[in-house]
Design a protein around this ligand. Structure first.
Ligand code: PLP
Length: 424
């Protein structure tokens, strides 16, 4: 049931904001009912304008691995903010943060900060084109790299939820420079690369924007070998997986030797901050050390950097051990319930998806075969039981590292109840 205060806000929102939301995936287009409006977050929980509480499995779509309103992070952010919010001049915090990123991620010799994941992939792809002198990008169906022209082709989640292949407004001439291939299929990528004009292959190493999909054995190694053989760069978009699947992201967890990586979400600690970086010889081509232009007024602003540094400092080996333990406990309690009802569940670390399909999907077209109507009812049933899942079958749920035993019990009981409500 839509709650009264939330529903009056939705009407007002729809009058002044297209669709009532500032990012399409927040709408409940693919599930039942209306989105509640949130008043605040408390650790692992969301509280809406009517006082309903939800265990939050979105975490602001990935960033909040340590939960909402972490007191220590807030304190450090406020402290820094007292000295000013943005200077447009170099600051010490940026240097310390860049040093921490370079130390944490195996692909990074150098890094440039920006303000969103969309910017990070846009700049990384321009740099790849500038470095190789080639124009074509290969992306994988169902992987999402933000909402800019080069990558808004077969882009999973938001685009698929709203049933639009690409988007009007993207010139055909631009779309023609992006070739796509199914995830987990090396042959199509090889055929694209053999044309000799590919600047970069960009991918989510573990896609989370078509639900959570696992890479097949040898797939990531195969992409690395093929791109190297054909002189194309391998750009791993770790906006979702960076600092989530390990401190060094998917590249650490799966030993990927990326040329460039994109970071966002967790690195900003819930504030607008993202980054891209990689091999020194490539990054040196970036302005002002090289000719490839890239810029941003608020890039590396002290407030976002403080949130990022405070978050990363707290992501110790113990936190990752907790996160794996929590995720394994959820998996152990849930997987049987899911499979008993003829459904499937995927999980990589703290990312997981329950698919309304009887075999595990390995690529976008298989996810598209899920029973979307049943998912929509499941989502509502979970919400009614106090669990906020992402409102689309094409999205991964995120577990935060701060779930206690009682939270896990609540989560499992609510999802079991929601499965009963939909599958009986
Ligand atoms: C969220 C996401 C983006 C876009 O990041 P924004 O900050 O929303 O622009 C890019 N790539 C991946 C893999 C993402 O999950």
């Amino acid at each position: 049931m839509p709650t009264p205060r939330s529903s009056s806000l939705l009407q007002r929102a729809q009058a002044v904001i297209p669709g009532g939301v500032n990012s399409p995936v927040r709408a409940f287009a693919a599930v039942q009912g209306d989105p509640p409006f949130m008043a605040r977050g408390e650790g692992a929980w969301l509280v809406d304008e009517d006082g309903n509480r939800y265990l939050d499995l979105i975490g602001s779509w990935g960033p909040l691995i340590l939960g909402h309103a972490h007191p220590g992070i807030l304190e450090e952010v406020i402290e820094v903010m007292r000295d000013g919010t943005s200077f447009g001049c170099p600051t010490a915090g940026e240097v310390l943060f860049a040093e921490e990123l370079v130390a944490a991620h195996p692909a990074l010799d150098q890094v440039r900060l920006c303000s969103s994941g969309t910017e990070a992939t846009m700049h990384a792809l321009r740099l790849a084109r500038g470095f190789t002198g080639r124009d074509v990008i290969v992306k994988l169906d169902g992987c999402f790299h933000g909402a800019h022209d080069a990558v808004l082709v077969a882009a999973g989640s938001g685009v698929a939820t709203f049933a639009r292949p690409g988007s009007p407004g993207i010139p055909q001439a631009v779309a023609n420079l992006t070739r796509t291939a199914p995830y987990n299929d090396l042959d199509t990528v090889r055929a694209h690369l053999e044309q000799g004009d590919v600047a970069a292959v960009i991918l989510e190493a573990v896609p989370g924007n078509m639900g959570c999909i696992a890479p097949a054995d040898g797939y990531l190694e195969g992409l690395r070998a093929l791109t190297r053989e054909h002189g194309a760069l391998l750009v791993v978009d770790e906006v979702m997986t960076g600092f989530r699947l390990a401190r060094g992201g998917a590249c650490e967890r799966f030993s990927i030797d990326a040329d460039l990586v994109c970071l966002g979400k967790i690195v900003g600690g819930g504030l607008p901050l993202a980054a891209f970086g990689g091999r020194r010889e490539i990054m040196q081509r970036l302005s002002p050390s090289g000719p490839v232009y890239q810029a941003g007024t608020l890039s590396g602003n002290p407030v976002a950097v403080a949130a990022g540094r405070s978050t990363l400092r707290r992501l110790t080996p113990d936190v990752y051990a907790d996160l794996e333990r929590i995720a394994a406990a959820v998996d152990a309690s849930l997987r049987g319930e899911v499979e008993r009802r003829g459904l499937t569940m995927t999980r990589v670390g703290s990312m997981f998806t329950i698919f309304f399909r009887d075999t595990v999907p390995t690529c976008f077209s298989e996810v598209a075969e899920c029973d979307m109507d049943a998912f929509g009812r499941f989502h509502r049933a979970a919400l009614d039981r106090g669990v906020y899942l992402p409102p689309s079958q094409y999205e991964a749920a995120f577990l935060p590292a701060i779930l206690g035993d009682a939270d896990v019990e609540h989560l499992v009981a609510a999802l079991r109840g929601a499965l009963d409500a939909v599958c009986s």
